[in-house]
Design a protein around this ligand. Structure first.
Ligand code: FES
Length: 112
């Protein structure tokens, strides 16, 4: 595991998110109430890019089939609907890996 500087906190206003890359992975940084969280930006369902999704009240919504994840824990709070599952052989979302975030002044560092 390495602690990698990926952004400045001033780049991510409260209620906003930012896509970054670290350790060969695409990550999503999300600011919830002044705290920055990091999770895998590639949707566990079918690889949708969560950085292109909507972000509301600590929940990111995948732009492909609508799975919703809590950015603090990576857990699925709403899975893909019937139509999304029908299009993907019954497959559902399983959750996103999260990563430890360390603040160092304005630097946002992620352990990957
Ligand atoms: S790829 Fe994200 S919900 Fe299907």
């Amino acid at each position: 595991m390495a602690l990698i500087t990926v952004a400045r906190k001033s780049q991510i206003a409260n209620g906003k998110m930012l896509g970054v890359e670290a350790g060969g992975r695409k990550l999503l940084l999300a600011n919830v109430g002044g705290t920055v969280y990091a999770l895998d930006a590639v949707c566990s369902h079918m690889g949708g890019d969560l950085t292109k999704g909507r972000f509301e009240s600590g929940i990111v919504i995948c732009p492909r089939h609508g799975a919703q994840y809590d950015v603090k824990t990576g857990t699925v709070v709403k899975n893909v609907g019937f139509a999304g599952k029908a299009l993907t052989a019954g497959r559902g979302a399983s959750g996103q890996q999260t990563f430890k975030v360390v603040m160092d002044g304005d630097d946002v560092k992620v352990e990957v």
